[in-house]
Design a protein around this ligand. Structure first.
Ligand SMILES: C[S@@+](CC[C@H](N)C(=O)[O-])C[C@H]1O[C@@H](n2cnc3c(N)ncnc32)[C@H](O)[C@@H]1O
Length: 537
């Protein structure tokens, strides 16, 4: 589940996490001249959601995040291979999984290392001896077996036989192997993150098709190249004796990485700041996490903090329900045809999640506006806006805004005329996010401040399709701040916005105390403001 990288239309070529990837991000949102005195805002004063102070411990220092995988089990799912199913109910904010990586490659903040480095690390550190490589999906239907070969592989480890060979014909007890690492070291300083670990540097030169590329990458890293990073992983002493896999097996390992690894250009920024850690760009393999299937409106959110992969429920999940994540990153906010195309190309499946199914079913009612609006924003209005802003031509920006408003009026006209279920409406708005993003950018460039109705619409849509995402929490902060500025702290609207703000943060960070949540909110606000001012590090 290598997160799809989609380059920013503004040309920043950054990774895909939502909040840091507004297509027109540099001036898209706040009107800095009207920025409130943030210290005076107390966003969480009416705590309606039960808090759990033990949840605070993750955010009070650079503590190791413990492995926690309970309340879910592996199941065979029609048309999807294996997946994870809840065995108990989860409430929003509950940890569904926190799990250490088998291999983790990090880089300085804002630089997402390439997936090839993960393959290199697996070979260099002989991690291919791990039982997980006989378990994870490698693109062949054979690899999505209902049972795991852990017993066979464990015996193989002891006898020096490769796990894959032994697992092939041995009886297979159910249940996944434990991850190789109990926890991962988390180098806090970017200096540490900019060069390979001593162990990696001392690793013997390997043969095979990846050797020259690895050497080149490392040279680039030493010279400050973007792809450089640290790697975390551990080879056992049995693994030391393992021969290098042949080319066919190396290709299979590369496919396992392609289908199962996860990367981003930074660990969660607000949580890392609370923990006193430098957020690192990263890519890695969290094997337990890799057993989760995709949905375009998932019931969990996931991100990396302190090297651990954290997965939280973002809505109520009932026992028996499949636990899903999104593989898509920013493309999750594209129309269903584009999402399906990306999933087919990158992961080889046809998505029939609830959102794709609903959007497809209602496509006829929306067709002329649905894709035409998207294409107008992508092909004409977006580029025109960027050019006009670059040239300081505010008349041209106003023209873009007018045309865009015309399109959005048409879309809302259809919403009024057509009987769309509320969730379908949210799905469509989410799929048109680029149009709203452009609307925010035009309003900001023209000094009009927040486009509050678009902001509110997007906030609801994010709650429906990517609750707890970094974009969701940032939109919640923006909307809350707008309500306070325009209507005052005690207004009914601000109270509703406070509820949204809390829900978004609980979904992402768990039921933390008011004090910790206020810090997380402040960090996300600071992030949003620095992004808009173009001052982010
Ligand atoms: C990271 S693996 C997920 C676990 C995998 N199902 C297994 O059995 O190991 C990714 C692969 O799972 C399958 N998959 C994930 N989500 C799916 C979905 N919504 N529908 C169909 N197949 C899916 C695809 O084959 C995809 O390439």
């Amino acid at each position: 589940m290598q997160v799809t990288q989609q380059n920013c239309k503004a040309g920043c070529r950054r990774g895909v996490t939502f909040s840091r990837h507004h297509a027109y991000r540099s001036h898209c949102i706040h009107n800095p001249t009207r920025a409130p005195n943030h210290a005076s805002i107390s966003p969480l004063k009416a705590a309606a959601i039960a808090t759990d102070v033990s949840a605070d411990s993750w955010y009070t220092g650079p503590v190791a995040i413990p492995r926690q995988v309970d309340g879910i089990e592996i199941a065979m799912l029609q048309g999807k291979g294996r997946g994870m199913v809840a065995t108990r109910d989860f409430a929003p904010g509950d940890v569904v999984m926190s799990t250490p990586p088998l291999v983790l490659v990090t880089s300085p903040h804002r630089q997402r290392p390439s997936g090839e480095l993960v393959v290199d690390e697996i070979l260099e550190r002989k991690l291919y001896g791990s039982k997980w490589f006989s378990v994870l999906y490698d693109g062949s239907s054979r690899s999505c077996k209902p049972h795991f070969g852990f017993g066979a592989a464990a015996e193989a480890d002891a006898s020096g036989e490769t796990a894959a060979a032994a697992a092939a014909d041995a009886p297979r007890p159910a249940g996944p192997p434990e991850p190789m690492l109990a926890s991962t070291s988390a180098p806090a300083a970017s200096a540490a993150a900019s060069k390979p670990t001593a162990a990696a540097a001392a690793a013997p030169k390997k043969k095979g098709f990846l050797a020259s590329r690895a050497a080149a990458r490392r040279t680039g890293a030493a010279a400050g190249g973007a792809a450089g990073g640290t790697a975390t992983g551990s080879g056992s002493s049995a693994a030391e004796a393992l021969p290098l896999p042949d080319k066919r097996e190396q290709t299979r390992l590369a496919k396992i990485v392609k289908f199962n690894c996860f990367g981003d250009d930074a660990e969660d920024l607000a949580a890392s700041a609370c923990r006193g850690e430098e957020p690192r760009g990263h890519i890695g393999l969290w094997p337990e996490f890799a057993l989760l299937n995709h949905s375009c409106a998932p019931n969990t959110v996931n991100f990396v903090v302190g090297g651990a992969m954290v997965v939280r429920a973002v809505r109520n999940i009932r026992a028996g329900e499949e636990v899903s994540i999104s593989y898509l990153g920013r493309p999750q906010l594209l129309p269903f045809q584009r999402r399906m195309q990306a999933l087919k190309e990158d992961y080889g499946f046809d998505c029939d999640c609830v959102r794709c199914t609903a959007e497809q079913a209602h496509y006829d009612k929306l067709d002329d506006v649905y894709l035409e609006l998207f294409e107008a924003v992508e092909g004409k209005l977006g580029p025109a806006f960027l050019e006009a802003r670059r040239e300081g031509n505010m008349e041209a920006v106003a023209e873009v805004q007018q045309e865009l408003q015309g399109w959005l009026r048409r879309l809302y006209g259809i919403f009024r005329k057509t009987l769309l279920a509320p969730d379908v409406r949210q799905y469509v708005i989410a799929s048109m996010y680029d149009a709203y993003d452009l609307a925010f950018s035009c309003a900001a460039a023209l000094g009009q401040g927040e486009d509050a109705s678009s902001l509110q619409a997007c906030l609801k849509a994010m709650e429906a399709v990517s609750a707890g995402s970094d974009l969701h929490v940032i939109l919640a902060v923006r909307y809350f701040d707008w309500c306070v500025r325009e209507h005052g702290e005690g207004s009914a609207l601000t109270e509703l916005a406070r509820g949204s703000l809390r829900r978004a943060h609980v979904a992402r960070y768990g039921p933390v105390s008011g004090e910790v949540m206020a810090k997380l909110v402040d960090n996300n606000r600071a992030l949003h403001i620095s992004t808009n001012n173009g001052t982010e590090a």
